[in-house]
Ligand binder design. Sequence first.
Ligand SMILES: Cc1cc2nc3c(=O)[nH]c(=O)nc-3n(C[C@H](O)[C@H](O)[C@H](O)COP(=O)(O)OP(=O)(O)OC[C@H]3O[C@@H](n4cnc5c(N)ncnc54)[C@H](O)[C@@H]3O)c2cc1C
Ligand code: SF4
Ligand code: SF4
Length: 403
Amino acid sequence: MSNLIVSDEKCTLCEICVHSCPFDALRISAGEVHIGDECVLCGACVKKCPEDALSIESEVSEDVDVDTELWRGVWVVVEIDRIDGKNNIEKVSFELIGKGRELAESLQVELSAVVMGIQLDDVVKELSRYEVDKIYCVENQELAEFRSGIYSHVLSELVRDFRPEILLCGATADGRDFFPRTAALLHTGLTADCTGLSIDIERRILLQTRPAFGGNIMATIECPGYRPQMATVRPNVMPAPRPSFEKKKEDVDMVEWQPSAIALKSPVEFLNKLVADAESANISEADIIVAGGRGTGGEAGFAKLKRLAEAVGGMVGASRAAVDSGWAPYTAQVGQTGRVVQPKLYIACGISGAIQHLVGMRSAQTIVAINKDPRAPIFEVADFGFVGDMHKIVPRLTQEIDQ
Ligand SMILES: Cc1cc2nc3c(=O)[nH]c(=O)nc-3n(C[C@H](O)[C@H](O)[C@H](O)COP(=O)(O)OP(=O)(O)OC[C@H]3O[C@@H](n4cnc5c(N)ncnc54)[C@H](O)[C@@H]3O)c2cc1C
Ligand code: SF4
Ligand code: SF4
């Protein structure tokens, strides 16, 4: 916990801080500076005070073990989507195993996978084919369906028992939900939505890179004083390694572990799981995306893209310009402030190819661009290009495919 502190001895009641606070959190009354609940500890007032009367002090929690020497190993928390009684490993977990291997080798430590759920035999078998040294398997009926509270308590107990120095998870809906809770339970930091991870070998520190300030800069964040160092990583930004079919379950160390009864208690009862319809499904997982930009001209243009997407069995994506114009939902936005996608085929229609769009789609296997401007930057990343009016080309393509 941190607090803003006012030194009554130094304060001259000049009121400069009151006017400097962007959150209107400071008041002067009865000869004192009062700090309201609005304070978010941004530190703006501390810099403005001419008397050095303000400071932000952090209290280090007594139960935090900051002896970093006691923490070793890299862990990937594997996300399992259970549909119709079958466990499916999320693709991002494989991507993290690839990156985790690299980090573990830099640090010369083991790479472990953590699986939580029920009937995990097939999951363990599948994971054993990848370059993991150890699998922590937590099999319990209470973990059959994802519940953020239980998952975070169970994971934090496991982490306290075995002390990994790095803990990674996908920045999926579930990962974004339970990983910050786990970090809070462990009194450590977390960098959300990373797009790059590397190691400062001399200091054994995880360098966590992610876009900041609305995507205008890339920030590299460290967590030097607390353990584990925790990060969620965006799906589709790191390549997934290939499995080795020679490697077997017996080649991997297995740790079967059970949480305490308290960790498994939850006020949340699982009732039912509703699968999202195709319209709101996640385009990050699509193999084929037909994306539209400002050049589509509006909803009528997007209707043409939808027809093409149906013909090729794909989903519709959009540039931010199209989303901002209200022609497509935000869930369809591809790019720096939208989804990062890695489909087999990406068809960009009426999209200029601004850098913020390209970062979201340039790792697609094949890119086809349709644009009436031959100098549009999208052609620089495209494998195939049509120079012309998308309103003529898209229906023609759809017709050809239908036939
Ligand atoms: C911090 C930040 C974050 C951002 N995040 C994102 C993001 O996540 N995703 C994103 O997409 N953008 C993002 N942007 C916006 C980005 O900079 C561009 O403004 C945006 O991508 C442009 O969208 P567009 O290509 O659809 O439109 P435009 O740049 O206006 O391009 C329209 C294109 O359509 C072509 N065209 C016009 N009519 C036709 C036609 N009939 N047939 C064929 N082609 C035609 C034109 O030649 C032109 O090339 C971000 C910007 C900032 C500053
Ligand atoms: S730290 Fe920031 S939010 Fe808090 S009182 Fe100072 S200026 Fe306001
Ligand atoms: S700016 Fe400093 S000296 Fe002035 S009122 Fe605020 S705390 Fe006191």
